[in-house]
Design a protein around this ligand. Sequence first.
Ligand SMILES: C[S@@+](CC[C@H](N)C(=O)[O-])C[C@H]1O[C@@H](n2cnc3c(N)ncnc32)[C@H](O)[C@@H]1O
Length: 256
Amino acid sequence: VSTEGSQQDPSDLVRHFHAAGRTSGLVVLQGLHALRHALRFGAQVDVVVTADPQELERLARAYAPELISELQQRVVVVAQEVFKQLGPYVPHTGVVSIAHVVQADAVGLWAAENGAAPLILLEDPRNLGNLGAVIRVAAAAQAAGVLSTGAADPWDPVAVRGSAGLHFALPVGHLQELPPTDRPLLAFAPGGEVLRPERIPARAVLAFGSERAGLSSELLDRADECLSLPMRDGVSSLNLATSVAAVLYSLRLNGP
Ligand SMILES: C[S@@+](CC[C@H](N)C(=O)[O-])C[C@H]1O[C@@H](n2cnc3c(N)ncnc32)[C@H](O)[C@@H]1O
């Protein structure tokens, strides 16, 4: 990995990273896995920083050989003390970068008529790691997108770390409220009717609730059906991301 970008003023870089964390249009990517998915899925990446170019090159050769030349063009090498100041989390792969957020048109996606893939709705998720894990599995299972409501920003850097950068592989956005939709709305909650994947209609919104409280009564009232994943007696619920994964893959493995 070339060190040609190393002329950049370290204090400018530190300022740039701190500002990116607070600017809605930019997101800090923590680690190589988030960066490689971001680049693979067409993210606009502004700056890539490492304190250990040899280790970055070794990891890139092992996990993302197709990206070596892109990394060579972009990487800025800084001292370890500067690297540690770039953010609260120091990834063990020793690389951080800044990408442009691709905010989905959430209202448009909510109403979209094209495509049969299900759309994931997370009502007021609280745990950013869960949010990221949902986005990761939704990307893998080719969902139409992931929308969330509530206070959490689905593009928070911690959520992007949780998705391993797969935010860039499908539409991800936030809804303030739920407009009317002609998509079938299916609520998932323990105690619902047992899921039969073959009966899930095309274009369905699959709605999952908050980690502690579950789905709101407003959403449950509005849903066309309330479905569940069967669980052994005594188990009260599954983890949010686990539930989304089980439902999406049951549909996918059951599909054409
Ligand atoms: C940790 S659970 C919330 C538990 C909450 N006390 C409740 O009863 O809904 C987070 C979300 O995962 C989904 N979930 C968890 N277990 C499920 C199951 N067995 N069937 C369907 N959805 C489930 C639901 O959407 C739920 O709102």
